[in-house]
Design a protein around this ligand. Structure first.
Ligand code: PMV
Length: 317
């Protein structure tokens, strides 16, 4: 099983050179693998409407299954003897909502198949395997999503370098998450931001430098449990995400509703153009913020940040 994730600071900019801060959320994706005596492998995810039946060549006609098959191939490439199996994937996190459901499905699948094969993958090996799924899902991933769901906790991440720091303990207050309900792919907004940053000349480096400063200040603020500072930095980060064109009227409405109800900070999380927002509030205001968001979103949760990373719960072979 693997947790979902939220990017607290630095999404998009992390694809383009800055660090990001991400946290694992206790919303679990489970891949239950049953060993079969012979091929094919059957992969099913009722939530994603996905069903894929594949022989040892590891391919099927379902486009949605491409990232999962890339993961199975990468497992084989890592020396795991992928066995015939029936695997059912279910998730508490909404799909395509900026909460890392694709990385957690991939991590849960890889852990389940490796567990069934009796292989004990290190976190780094699991990360490399899940990255293949992310590449199949959206060509140019920074790797922050798989790192957050595999390593767990709250991490500071840089593309190419991986996890460059951890922040422990994580946020002392729940992270309030609301899904706008608008589904989108990650690749389209990622490409659009790369083009946008290329067009703005020297401002590109200034914006990335600003995000780097936000990451330094935010790590300090989380470590010192300074909620007001964390909130202000979330608001500034949201302003930058709006400036690079990944917010939407629906996300703005949720962000402003959260702030009006007493949130200290609110921002979109993940790739934007739909998906979710996150907010933090003083403990006595959390319920007010959840109620205000629930009037505008069908999926709102107050979740503990810094959940455990992906793991095998029970390997039966
Ligand atoms: O919306 P998600 O969960 O796919 O998050 C993507 C985060 C980006 O920074 C936009 C892309 C990346 O690869 O880091």
């Amino acid at each position: 099983m693997a947790p979902a994730k939220a990017i607290l600071f630095g999404e998009h900019f992390v694809v383009n050179g800055s660090r990001a801060i991400a946290t694992a959320l206790g919303l679990w994706t489970q891949a239950t693998a049953y060993e079969k005596p012979s091929w094919p492998i059957e992969l099913e995810s009722p939530a994603l409407g996905l069903r894929c039946v594949t022989g040892p060549e590891l391919s099927c006609s379902s486009r949605e299954a491409a990232p999962l098959l890339a993961v199975a191939k990468a497992l084989r490439g890592a020396g795991v003897d992928v066995p015939p199996a029936r695997v059912i994937i279910s998730s508490e996190a909404p799909a395509s909502a900026g909460l890392g459901s694709s990385a957690s499905s991939s991590a849960a699948l890889a852990s389940a198949l490796a567990g069934l094969a009796g292989a004990d993958l290190s976190r780094e090996e699991l990360y490399q395997v899940v990255m293949e799924g992310e590449r199949a899902a959206h060509g140019n991933p920074s790797g922050v999503d798989p790192a957050a769901v595999i390593y767990g906790g709250t991490i500071i991440f840089r593309k190419g370098a991986g996890v460059v720091g951890t922040i422990s303990p994580s946020l002392s207050v729940p992270l309030i998450v609301a899904d706008s309900g608008a589904r989108r792919s990650t690749s389209a907004p990622v490409l659009s931001v790369i083009r946008f940053l290329d067009r703005i000349g020297g401002l590109r480096d200034s914006m990335i430098g600003l995000v780097e400063q936000i990451i330094d200040l935010a790590s300090d603020a989380i470590r010192k449990n300074s909620l007001e500072d964390i909130g202000n930095l979330m608001n500034i980060n949201h302003g930058l995400l709006s400036a690079i064109g990944v917010s939407t009227p629906e996300l703005e409405e949720l962000v402003h509703a959260a702030r009006r109800a007493g949130a200290l900070g609110a921002k979109l999380t993940g790739a934007g153009w739909g998906g979710s927002i996150i907010a933090i509030a003083p403990p006595e205001k959390t319920n007010d913020v959840v109620s205000a968001l629930s009037a505008r979103s069908r999926w709102v949760r107050a979740l503990k940040a810094g959940a455990e990373g992906a793991r095998v719960v029970e390997a039966s072979n």
